[in-house]
Write a protein that binds this ligand. Structure first.
Ligand code: FEO
Length: 176
């Protein structure tokens, strides 16, 4: 049993996760255009992760007997001056996601919705990790500045990222 208030709020956030996925898919394309193939891979993996977040909300709402509403994604930006700008925007975006998750967690407490509180805990932890990763990459990018060799080393390191499907069957992609 889930209240309409809680279900509507989760449904809204589910659509925001899809918007997040599209932001990172667009960043992958922008990085590729800059010749930064490693960063393009990193953002593609981020896109895949966001799709798993979207599916976690989808599956939770469906399991609660809700017929979800897909509102579509707003147009996402695709113009960036540098990789540094992309990661600055990434951190800002993730901080906004954290704020939204915290508001959902507070609503779940207010609604005395224990199941949603437990469901949202995974996202509370996930956001700490996401912001931390983004801060680490940003710090490295600031260190190298305009040094091309340093940037290529960071790009190579970003290209090592691999998508790992989360436990719980939320993967929207076939798992090899
Ligand atoms: Fe789904 Fe990056 O938060």
């Amino acid at each position: 049993m889930i209240s309409k208030t809680m279900a509507d709020a989760l449904n809204t956030h589910m659509n925001f996760e899809l918007y997040s996925a599209n932001i990172y898919l667009s960043m992958s394309s922008a990085a590729n255009e800059m010749g930064l193939k490693g960063a393009a891979t990193w953002f593609m993996v981020q896109y895949q992760e966001e799709m798993t977040h979207f599916m976690k909300f989808f599956n939770y709402l469906v399991d609660q007997g809700i017929n979800i509403t897909l509102t579509g994604s707003d147009t996402v930006p695709n113009n960036y001056a540098s990789l540094l700008e992309m990661f600055e925007k990434t951190l800002t975006h993730e901080q906004s996601v954290t704020g939204r998750i915290n508001e959902l967690a507070e609503l779940a407490v207010k609604e005395k919705d224990h199941a949603s509180q437990i469901f949202l805990q995974w996202f509370v932890t996930e956001q700490v990790e996401e912001e931390n990763n983004d801060r680490d990459i940003l710090a490295k990018l600031k260190l190298v500045g305009n040094n091309g060799h340093g940037l290529l080393m960071i790009d190579s390191s970003l290209g090592q990222r691999v998508f790992v499907a989360p436990a719980g069957g939320a993967a929207p992609f076939p798992v090899a």
